[in-house]
Design a protein around this ligand. Structure first.
Ligand code: PLP
Length: 563
């Protein structure tokens, strides 16, 4: 890495990205290229020599990067980009970027650490723990999810990875109880509105395909999972010898933002000894606002909770925050401890003083640095007298604190001794990026109040769109709007539902092919529904109005054609 070259490339690239944001509305929001378009534009194999190597030799680094941007990025890549940051982007769910998120990501790329264990970059692990505690407090998560106790937070890449790791933790926990041979009998429950990532997790975890119960949620519950239906299904499964072990509820489903009743569902899960996971990938962000927090009521009984800061929380992709109440369940399922990754024990004489033990006694005492500054471990037992109670009495340790005594020969690594968090044991891959930097910068540079305003503004714009629909009798809002997603459709002519589905499909294609707005769709109770999700950081009322105008115009043409 040549520092001066980086400076020149970096400045030019930042200029290019800033200009991109300035002119983003000039691009068709949804890429209009055909599949395979890039094959025709790029050579079959990588070059042996850089195209413009002469420029570098001549010291014209800036020229090289400018040419690269013009010849390659602008000409070949941008046409194939769907512009998620465009203010006219209303599809799927948003994927926010922000100045703070961007520069945090930049710093992470600059440091380029691989923080699988504490020692691999202590700042990466410790900042992640702190920032997730901050976010947990903003969401008013129960204290059990904070790192001071038995729980804690971790940044996963995606909600899919989050549900996978907690499913693996839950699976192994129940198998430890009932025996490994019972895998075929384990059953997972969720509504059929749950994100498909749960099904994928079940496939990976070896859950029998028939034992992933996706219970039908209907319009009668606004597509939320019915606790009665769940109870009945669990009872039936128990009578045939199956083992219910995992329930996934959603706050803000992908299709329509349905909110499952967490408390009632969670109680059922708990009374059956099941792990209860809450997926709030999209809507979790809204719950930092007091007026939306009640949608998370019942999270107290959950074992794990997940929200994607990279969706609607100004944190550049990827940053999916997962909290668990019992971190040891994750570690037991996912840890491996090869010799080459072991940490050196961290010994601190200062800590011995905290314990008021004379240094001469050669007690090896250290903080369980992982999760609680108060938790201590003592590795040696003084003539059998130093049990944890004696240690408390002979020191200034708060008697309520959990003290673990472990023998010194077990303490050959700090990781093994749980003195530090090694996040490799909370996730599938070994390597991990310094993702907490961008979340930290977002929280510090915007603060809770600005983040709340940001969410509220999008919800206001979604309400505005809902009102526009209500004024046009050709359209209907299909499900109650809760957050910033509006589910709507063009009403079928002469109540012909199958024609209605075709009509709305055509409307979607017509709008998206203009390139001036991008919306997506879902199917609810057999009806093809259009989804309008407000959440791009640059979206203003004028963009919502413009998208509505395109929708109305295209609807007029389609209805005229279908007469
Ligand atoms: N859960 C919900 C409710 C979602 O809406 C989504 C994606 O939109 C996911 C999970 C999966 O998200 P990810 O791409 O982070 O795996």
């Amino acid at each position: 890495m040549d520092a001066e070259q980086l400076r020149e490339y970096g400045h030019k690239m930042v200029d290019f990205i800033a200009d991109y944001y300035k002119t983003i509305e000039n691009f068709p929001v949804l890429s209009q290229v055909e599949p395979g378009y890039l094959r025709n534009l790029l050579p079959d194999s990588a070059p042996n020599q850089p195209d413009s190597f002469q420029h570098v030799l001549d010291g014209e680094v800036a020229q090289l990067i400018l040419e690269f941007i013009r010849l390659h990025i602008q000409a070949k890549i941008l046409p194939g980009v769907t512009h998620w940051q465009s203010p006219n982007y209303f599809a799927y769910y948003p994927s926010n970027s922000s100045v703070a998120g961007f520069v945090g990501e930049m710093l992470s790329a600059g440091l380029n650490i691989v923080g699988f264990s504490w020692i691999a970059s202590p700042a990466a692990t410790e900042l992640e723990m702190i920032v997730l505690d901050w976010l947990a407090k903003m969401l008013k998560l129960p204290e059990d999810f904070l790192s001071a106790g038995q729980g804690g937070g971790v940044i996963q890449g995606t909600a899919s990875e989050a549900v996978l790791v907690v499913l693996l933790a839950a699976r192994d926990k129940v198998l430890r109880r009932v025996g490994k041979d019972a895998l075929e009998k384990l059953v997972v429950y969720a509504s059929d509105q749950t994100h498909s990532s749960l099904q994928k997790a079940c496939q990976i975890a070896g859950i029998h395909p028939e034992n992933c119960r996706l219970l039908k949620a209907t319009s009668s519950t606004n597509y939320a999972l019915s606790p009665e239906f769940l109870s009945e299904t669990i009872s039936q499964d128990l009578t045939i010898g199956l083992i219910p072990f995992f329930l996934c509820a959603t706050v803000g489903t992908t299709s329509s933002t349905a909110v499952d009743p967490l408390l009632s569902l969670g109680k059922i899960a708990k009374s059956n000894g099941m792990w209860f996971h809450v997926d709030a990938a999209y809507a979790g962000s809204a719950c930092v606002c007091p007026e939306f927090r009640h949608y998370m009521d019942g999270v107290e009984v959950a074992d794990s909770f997940n929200m994607n800061a990279h969706k609607w929380f100004l944190t550049n992709f990827d940053c999916s925050a997962l909290w668990v109440k019992d971190r040891s369940a994750l570690v037991q399922a996912l840890s491996t401890n090869p010799e080459f990754l072991k940490n050196k024990v961290w010994f601190s004489s200062v800590l011995m003083e905290i314990l008021i033990l004379p240094k001469s006694q050669k007690f090896l005492v250290t903080v369980l640095g992982s999760l609680s500054a108060g938790e201590m471990i003592c590795t040696e037992d003084r003539n059998g007298l130093m049990d944890s109670e004696n240690l408390k009495k002979s020191s200034s340790i708060n008697p309520l604190m959990d003290i673990k005594l472990i023998s010194s020969h077990d303490l050959d690594t700090a990781s093994q001794a749980n003195m530090v968090v090694d996040y490799k044991d909370w996730q599938v891959p070994l390597g991990r990026r310094f993702r907490s930097l961008k979340l930290w910068m977002v929280l510090r540079l915007y603060g809770l109040e600005n983040l709340q305003c940001y969410i509220r503004n999008h919800i206001k714009l979604a309400k505005h769109f809902e009102n526009l629909i209500a004024q046009d009798p050709r359209f209907e809002v299909v499900t109650p709007r809760i957050f910033s997603l509006v589910c709507f459709r063009l009403l079928p002519v002469r109540n012909n539902e199958s024609h209605g589905n075709k009509l709305n499909h055509q409307l979607l294609d017509a709008v998206n092919s203009t390139g001036s707005a991008f919306i997506s769709h879902t199917v609810l109770s057999g009806k093809y529904i259009l989804r309008f999700a407000v959440g791009a950081p640059l979206t203003e009322e004028k963009h919502v109005n413009a998208a509505w105008k395109v929708l109305q115009d295209k609807a007029t043409s389609l209805l005229a054609e279908s007469l």
